[in-house]
Ligand binder design. Structure first.
Ligand SMILES: Cc1ncc(COP(=O)(O)O)c(C=O)c1O
Length: 372
């Protein structure tokens, strides 16, 4: 049996420090807006390489708060457009639409599975105010050309870093520090996962960080004075204490993910399967492999054959956001999205995690090379 993700085993690997951090927090008598959160925000900002980190309740809130803050700051207004890749988890779209902004989906590149920069340029209109790139599956989606395009057209560049904690663009620059603001998720299954929900915004923009902190605290900066209609969105002390235990090992954990990915890439040989890096190992250098997405000619058959051998796989994602019922007739679909739709019907995510053993990796490789 090879589980898709063994969270129990992952969390056990942080013991006894994890249990001690939780016990310390319980004993402290202070559960919200305290020292653990303050310290985690400092440590995470320093790790990502930004001047500010504002923690919040989850990744969707992090992204939503960024757009809400830009609206309150007068930089965006409802009806404005945000360019977004068609292939992403729906939260990227929800953050935009929840603020009355309009997600404009563009197709992704068939090799990198990341936003297609040329398609992005075609989507520019008078109403475009931002581009939201998504470092999907743990692969960096940023390029200098994206930053130049945003700068030239006075667009904010937002990063959805939910799946890419620890990912690098260069040896010194991490995703989450490359655009104007970035949303992070600490959902338990993420590369940096809490023991419940959690999220954060990182940015170098002090004014934006302050507005996000205000909006996440009911819209208040001064006790019982509310200048904005905000929300309550915060990371609690127990989650922050847990994340502080896990953050120092994130690079090492990501290296183990890369090691497994390199084996998959080198040893899986099945003509019906496309691996994520046909251009070789190089493209995987900075990837943090939150997922290992393969494209399978006959996905259901392969998934079934792996399942019969006890190997769990998942699909990310079977229906892209623009085809979901919640958006039917509600958002414009201006461009054809054939690659996005191809991924939705062929993608299969293999098990990958820092606690996966070499033997489990071999079992997965053998099963894909000899499907029955
Ligand atoms: C790409 C992407 N964006 C946003 C989110 C939202 O994060 P959360 O689940 O913490 O709300 C997720 C994960 O769930 C995600 O994968």
């Amino acid at each position: 049996m090879v589980p898709f993700l063994d969270l129990k085993k992952i969390n056990e690997s942080f013991q006894p420090a994890l249990g001690e951090a939780i016990a310390r927090t319980v004993e402290s008598g202070w559960y919200l807006l305290g020292n653990e959160v303050k310290e985690f925000e400092k440590e995470y900002a320093s790790y990502i390489g930004t001047g500010h980190c504002v923690s919040c309740a989850n990744g969707l809130d992090a992204l939503t708060l960024i757009f809400r803050a830009y609206i309150e700051m007068g930089i965006m207004k409802p009806g404005d457009e945000v360019i977004v890749p068609g292939d992403t988890f729906i939260a990227t779209f929800l953050a935009i639409s929840e603020c009355g902004l309009v997600p404009i989906a563009v197709d992704v590149d068939p090799v990198t599975l990341q936003i297609d920069i040329n398609k992005m340029k075609e989507a520019l209109t008078q109403k475009t105010r931002a581009v939201a790139i998504v470092h999907l599956y743990g692969r960096c989606s940023f390029a200098e050309s994206v930053a130049e395009f945003c700068k030239k057209n006075d667009l904010k560049l937002i990063e959805d870093n939910a799946q890419a904690a620890g990912c690098k663009y260069t040896s010194t620059l991490r995703t989450g520090s490359l655009g104007d603001a970035s949303g992070h998720s600490f959902y338990p299954g993420k590369n940096l996962g809490a023991l419940g929900d959690g999220g954060a915004v990182t940015t170098n923009d002090a004014e934006l960080a302050r507005m996000i902190r205000t909006l996440a605290f009911y819209g208040s900066e001064k006790k019982y004075i509310f200048n904005y209609c905000g929300r309550n969105s915060r990371l609690d002390e127990i989650q922050a204490a847990s994340l502080r235990v896990k953050l120092p090992r994130l690079d090492e954990d990501n290296e183990r993910r890369r090691e497994i990915a390199r084996r998959f890439q080198a040893e899986i040989v099945n003509p019906e399967v496309t691996l994520p890096f046909p251009d070789g190992d190089k493209a995987g250098e900075n990837n943090v492999f939150h997922l290992f997405p393969i494209l399978a000619k006959n996905r259901e058959q392969l998934q079934d054959s792996l399942s019969k051998k006890g190997i769990q796989t998942l699909i990310h994602y079977p229906v892209p956001p623009h085809l979901q019922r919640c958006y039917k007739g509600k958002i414009p679909v201006r461009f054809p999205l054939p690659v996005t739709e191809y991924i939705a019907s062929h993608e299969l995510s293999l098990p990958i995690s820092p606690v996966m053993t070499d033997e489990e990796v071999r079992i997965v490789i053998d099963a894909i090379n000899n499907p029955s």
